[in-house]
Design a protein around this ligand. Sequence first.
Ligand SMILES: [Fe+2]
Ligand SMILES: [Fe+2]
Length: 254
Amino acid sequence: MCLDHLIADAGDGERPWPQAGRERMIVPAPVGTVGTETPSREQESLARLSPGAVMMMGDNPALPRMPERPGLLDFFRCRFMGITERHLLTSAARALDEGQDERIVLACLLHDISNGCLIRADHGYWGAQMIAPYVDEEIAWAVKHHQALRYFADESVGYAYPESYVRFFGPDYVPPDYIRRDAEAARAHRWYMSARLVTLYDIYFFDGSVPIPDPAIFTDIIGRHFREPAEGLGFDGSPTAHMWRTMIWPNNFL
Ligand SMILES: [Fe+2]
Ligand SMILES: [Fe+2]
């Protein structure tokens, strides 16, 4: 639970909720509902607009409140939910326990960041782009390429095609050409092993059998290898600030 959420909700009055006194309607992002049985609420919500009912913009009280200048760990504490939060923390903790380089630990911590609260499709590519302004190029590269490399075994390091992928996608799933192409390019690249290590620690614990590490154990590594902007992620004018803002305000209409 995000501490700022509790403070903000304690009625300190310093940060009023936006659009106060009105119903705030949420129209889910098309990318999350198109092709599903979830009906679009766009038409219905537009028809209901009135002085007392508006489209949500800004902080959603249903979510933990983010600090005004969020740091990386605030997204873990206030936005990333359930399986992805646990998965990123356990993956990085494992790499840390096994004495991997701190930059590999950070790559593990960030590798599925896009799944946390933004977008699942092509998550490696989105995640790499999101973090690129803040990390060494090799870390973003490893995050991008772990997605493609996950589909291809490398027996030299003990990496097999994931059994979970057989269950996720079916035994006859064949990854598309761009995944094959990018995996081949990654294998020939000098940073191959960085991305491959991310796949090695890319282990899911769906059943809660492994305790969730405290995100704070990564504070020092983040301090050394992730350039936290003084204005807060989302407000620093970087080329990817909008991605962080979208996670802060995922229910904004526009
Ligand atoms: Fe992934
Ligand atoms: Fe993963």
